[in-house]
Design a protein around this ligand. Sequence first.
Ligand code: HH2
Length: 294
Amino acid sequence: MTHGAADAMYHAAAGFAPVFHCGRFALTLSKTLVMGVVNVTPDSFSDGGKYLDSAAAIAHGNQLVKEGAALLDVGAESTRPGAQPVSTTDELARVLPVLDALRDVGVPISIDTSKPEVMRAALAHGADMINDVNAFRAPGALDVVAASAAGLCVMHMQGEPRTMQQSPCYDDVVAEVGAFLAERAKAAEAAGISRNRLLVDPGFGFGKTLEHNLELLHRLDGIVVLGWPVLTGLSRKAMLGRITGRAVHERVHASIAAALLAAMRGASIVRAHDVQATCDALAVLAAVEAVDVR
Ligand code: HH2
């Protein structure tokens, strides 16, 4: 499906407005936006240790906004396969100074966390969005976010990060991921969160083999058709390493290709480490999609 076709589908879907409300912001999703990644971690698969120091993380966040990021996603716990959990105290000590310093950078600040205590503190410090790779399944998570005006990203993961890549298994990966996302998005709506505050994400690499990831990307329209705007995170991921044979820092070109494919299949937001390159590629796509061929 083309990006334009996906837009048309968004408009056609009953009750769906292509505007994402997150905290202080309302983002129009008429073209694919880039969410820049700020990992305040020692062990992220993509850039672990580079931005553990808050000053480096803050400088990086500012740089990503200059490069064109329409949102920033600040995370303090790696979710890479085999990652060890981080305590609430450590996660807060990493996240809050960076959030405080980046809050007025001019774009929504998303916090990548699965812990309700971290969500609560981040929202009190002015976070505009919570991105939860565990889809707000922790007890109390939905209630914490429902009490705010924040946006939510509900992501699919089979299993948990420590073990999720050991034996991922699906009969129909698109149908199963889609059913899970619809169930979690409806749970959020039942908790009082309006539809225009929700994004769904198939969770590339989270409990999926290369074949599962490729099928999800190939058939992304099967997730878009659910009616919630779709966020995808393919940047620098192992699946791109498997395809190209490249190490993690040599996956920029593959990441751009994957982001473009996701955008062309209807992704509204792409989560990316290489923001400027991703924005350039999406600008070319938007220019081509804007051609009026009557
Ligand atoms: N991927 C990662 C982390 N958070 N959130 C969403 N919604 N979708 C994703 O695909 C996603 C995510 C993993 O990437 P990264 O943050 O670079 O690595 P790590 O988890 O090792 O910090």
